[in-house]
Design a protein around this ligand. Structure first.
Ligand code: NAD
Length: 357
């Protein structure tokens, strides 16, 4: 019996998470696995109902589960709350910290049938298979933030700190991951300007010497953002700090056709968390047109990383592949001649194909 904390959150979160639960239920039925799903509030929905974006009961549920499935949180309704009550800062960041989820894995893989869905040229993106490993519990997002009045207005400060310990553990993680892939690590920093990046680069250089079987490269983040769309196939594993990873993975998502395809796993502590890489998409929320595949693929990552169920994970991935190969598309991936599906229909079809329909 696998106990899964289910946190739909806000916006499209409440639409896409049930589709991932459907996929897990289908896998459970096919392979004889039992899941216990317990739903809890998080984000703006939790603030509205209980006065805090990360209620103690939600955190407790996550701590006592085998894995967490999260949708997305946030939206304009909660943007002007005091900073500690805003969904992203009041819920997402503390949840990652509390569960010690220091490594965020974002596989950026192009399904061949989506070759034409991207805005980028076929010959550039064909065969893309990148694993971005983003440090998730340090850096600018977790540093001290403050505002001060000045004679002519205000001054705002965000502090960016990294320790050798934090850098070493994520970079070692990246080397282990690269050994199971094409044995290339590209470390991304801004060492020409930032002191934290200089420590990052020095630490990676030391670790590179311990991993002579893996090719190590260093790249500045501005160059990386350009190389990702110029020649993405040069990358195998990218390892980078929190904010750079946040930004680069949104860019990298376009190599896969849509941000609605980018799954993620956040691991490090006892309980890992699985969520799509995108946000709550308020512009399309409540319309049954969000792409649930990133969330469904995140559920596959849960089976692989938390439960060591490779065959079951692959079964979900193959069902997704089949849906796309047969030409079914949510609006974000739509091309002329393809067959439109809404969120629920996409989830139903994936579940049907998992069950062998
Ligand atoms: P977003 O990722 O929510 O949306 C960006 C664009 O991508 C939008 O046009 C949206 O419609 C589209 N999109 C995203 N997911 C999609 C999907 N599954 N299917 C189809 N289209 C999809 O980013 P944003 O608009 O910058 O942020 C919206 C809110 O989400 C903000 O409050 C932000 O803070 C929050 N956010 C939350 C998370 C999280 O919960 N992990 C991550 C990023 C942003």
């Amino acid at each position: 019996m696998y106990k899964i904390a289910v946190l739909p959150g806000d916006g499209i979160g409440v639409e896409i998470v049930p589709e991932a639960v459907k996929a897990l239920q289908a896998v459970g039925k096919k392979f004889g696995l039992e899941f216990e799903f317990t739903e809890a509030l998080i984000g703006g929905a939790a603030y509205d109902e209980l006065g805090h974006p990360l209620p103690a009961a939600t955190l407790e549920l996550c701590r006592h589960s085998d894995a967490v499935l999260l949708g997305a949180i946030g939206g304009p309704k909660w943007d002007n709350l005091p900073v500690e009550l805003r969904p992203e800062i009041g819920a997402l960041l503390p949840l990652r910290k509390e569960l010690e989820l220091f490594a965020n894995l974002r596989p950026c893989v192009l399904f061949p049938s989506l070759l034409h869905a991207s805005t980028l040229k076929e010959e550039v993106i064909s065969g893309v298979d990148i694993l971005v490993i983003r440090e998730l519990t340090g850096g600018l997002y977790f540093g001290e933030k403050k505002r001060e009045k000045t004679p002519d207005g205000e001054k705002a400060t965000d502090i960016l700190t990294y320790s050798t310990y934090e850098i070493e553990r994520i970079v070692r993680f990246a080397y282990q991951a690269a050994r199971k892939r094409r044995s290339k690590v590209c470390s991304v920093d801004k060492a020409n300007v930032l002191e934290s990046s200089r420590l990052w680069r020095e630490t990676v250089t030391k670790l590179a010497a311990e991993h002579p079987d893996v090719e190590t490269a260093h790249m500045y983040v501005d160059n990386c953002s350009m190389q990702l769309i110029r020649n993405p196939r040069q990358f195998d594993v990218i390892v980078t700090e929190n904010m750079f990873g946040d930004i680069l993975t949104d860019e990298a998502s376009m190599l896969t056709g849509s941000i609605g395809m980018l799954a993620s796993a956040s691991i490090g502590g006892k309980v890992a968390l699985y969520e799509p890489s995108h946000g709550s998409a308020p512009d399309i929320a409540g319309q049954n047109k969000a792409n649930p595949l990133a969330t469904i693929l995140s559920a596959a990552m849960m089976l692989r990383y938390s439960f060591d169920r490779e065959e079951e994970a692959v079964t979900i991935e193959q069902a997704v592949r089949r849906v796309l190969e047969e030409g079914y598309r949510t609006p974000d991936l739509m091309e002329p001649g393809k067959k439109p599906l809404n969120t629920v229909q996409t989830g139903d079809l994936v579940a049907e194909y998992i069950l062998g329909g």
